[in-house]
Design a protein around this ligand. Structure first.
Ligand code: 5AD
Ligand code: SF4
Length: 473
């Protein structure tokens, strides 16, 4: 019997990666097996993103390629999920005759039913209902959370969604319109899922939500710092990360968690978006440059080594040269470890689309390049200053880059991350007695020998096979 095959193309954020892993688990349950290319798949899913125009274009061009693949294999079923599906709904069926299923961000658990209906009735279907409850989602697929869920994201580190949606309405952002209102999952459900992942070999968990600091508030569940404490108690888990936090909601209790919880990594992603108070106001961010800096001060007081990363938008409507220079100056004032910088992109559903004073693309591009090159230098200097330090690294696997796969003397090169989320490529010191224990999920003490703008290099002098908590303690 020929097995049915599927291929999922995931575009966008970690929330989509997480949803794709759920889809994979459900399709496996239906008897589908994954294939690495869309060309040989009976079912192709594209999990889309609409945060910026470029992400949406990626989905469009992939759908173009799928039209050709479907001409070669007319039985191929094509499903479009994620934020573009939620935003566009039925319109996608009109624009893309090759598409069979459009399913939105709340319909992930209904994918098996939709696929079965297409197979039995040959109907083209749209499901952009917004009635899904997250806890139901987990119940449906909990039995599959083992290998399939891990298969997509890697063996020793994984994501767990703790809340969905957003109530903040930043004026540039489409998330509240396509992901809906903020909803939190129950702590019991989250803890059960994490325990399952840990028993399947996961060592590091990243808790996902658009604004984790308001976790549980609406539903009267426990607070986010309380949830972190409970996750910290899970035996066998070595590291905890979370993303994303809104600066306006960063509380003293969360800052305190960094001194209290030994498994919480020394890294905070705190999107600032702009260094200009005038622009922050137009973005509806509800904090100022000064209050943002004050919160970073709290964090650094509680955890002096904490790595700080951020998101920045350049060329927001009305951003003058002076506003932009305030953002440039903020880079120097904060000395971020890394940044994600984006050119402002008009989104059809977001209010800033109606704003006047749009900045022309070439100017946005110029500002982006200035920002990126200034940060490149800051990151390079910060990483170079780490030379000589010993960092606890969670080993993720062997280096994938061809140049990095083997060090000069044919030693295997490994890759992993520090607690501060910096990528480290390293070899194991020949004198390391327990070097044979190295494998994904192990912890290695790596002596840093080189610091570059986007990664570190080093030599491991000690390896702990079980990813043991000795490093976290
Ligand atoms: N244009 C450019 N960047 C955007 N982001 C969100 N919406 C837009 C937009 N319309 C960026 C923000 C956010 C990150 C995930 O994407 O910086 O923090
Ligand atoms: Fe979008 Fe703002 Fe919500 Fe983040 S906090 S998802 S930028 S609306």
């Amino acid at each position: 019997m020929n097995l049915k095959t599927y291929h999922i193309n995931t575009i966008g954020c970690q929330m989509n990666v997480y949803d794709s892993s759920k889809m994979a688990a459900m399709l496996t349950d239906m008897g589908y097996v994954p294939v690495p290319s869309e060309d040989t798949a009976d079912l192709v899913i594209v999990n889309t993103c609409t945060i910026r125009a470029k992400a949406k274009q990626k989905a469009t061009s992939f759908l173009g390629r799928l039209a050709a693949a479907k001409r070669r294999n007319p039985d191929m079923i094509i499903g479009v999920g994620g934020c573009v599906a939620q935003e566009e709904g039925r319109r996608l069926l009109g624009r893309f005759p090759q598409v069979d299923i459009v399913f939105g961000t709340h319909a992930v658990t209904r994918l098996p039913r939709l696929v079965k209906r297409v197979i039995s009735d040959g109907e083209r279907l749209v499901d952009v209902e917004t009635t899904e409850r997250i806890d139901e989602t987990r119940r449906t697929i909990r039995s599959d959370m083992g290998t399939e869920h891990r298969g997509l994201t890697g063996a020793c580190t994984d994501f767990v969604t703790i809340m969905r949606g957003c109530d903040n309405y930043c004026t540039y952002c489409v998330v509240p319109y396509v992901r809906g209102r903020e909803t939190s999952r129950s702590p019991e459900d989250i803890l059960t899922e994490i325990r399952g992942l840990v028993s399947a070999g996961v060592r590091e968990i990243t808790l996902l939500g658009q604004n984790v600091n308001s976790y549980g508030k609406k539903e009267g569940l426990c607070s986010f710092p309380e949830l972190l404490s409970r996750v910290n108690d899970i035996e066998g888990l070595v590291r905890i990360r979370f993303t994303t936090s809104h600066p306006k909601d960063l509380s003293p209790e969360l800052v305190d968690a960094f001194s209290r919880l030994e498994k919480l990594c020394d890294h905070f992603h705190l999107p600032v978006q702009s260094g200009s108070n005038r622009i922050l106001k137009r973005m509806n961010r509800k904090y100022t440059r000064e209050t943002y800096l004050e919160k970073l001060h709290w964090l650094r007081a509680a955890c002096p080594d904490i790595a700080i990363s951020t998101d920045l938008i350049v060329g927001f409507p009305g951003e003058t040269g002076t506003d932009f220079h305030q953002t440039m100056a903020l880079l120097e004032d904060v000395s971020f470890d890394s940044i994600f910088a984006f050119m402002y992109s008009d989104r059809p559903l977001a209010p800033a689309r109606q704003f006047g004073d749009k900045i022309p693309d070439p100017e946005k591009n110029r500002r982006l390049n200035l920002l990126l090159s200034a940060q490149e230098e800051i990151s390079r200097q910060k990483n170079a200053a780490m030379c000589g330090r010993t960092e606890a690294v969670l080993v993720e696997g062997q280096s994938q880059t061809r140049a990095g796969a083997m060090a000069a003397d044919n030693q295997v090169q490994w890759t992993g991350r520090t607690s501060g989320n910096k990528v480290v490529h390293f070899v194991v010191d020949e004198a390391c007695e327990n070097g044979h224990a190295i494998q994904p999920g192990a912890m290695a003490d790596v002596n840093i020998t080189e610091g570059h703008a986007h990664s570190l290099r080093g030599i491991a002098g000690n390896v702990n096979q079980h990813g043991g908590c000795t490093y976290a303690a």
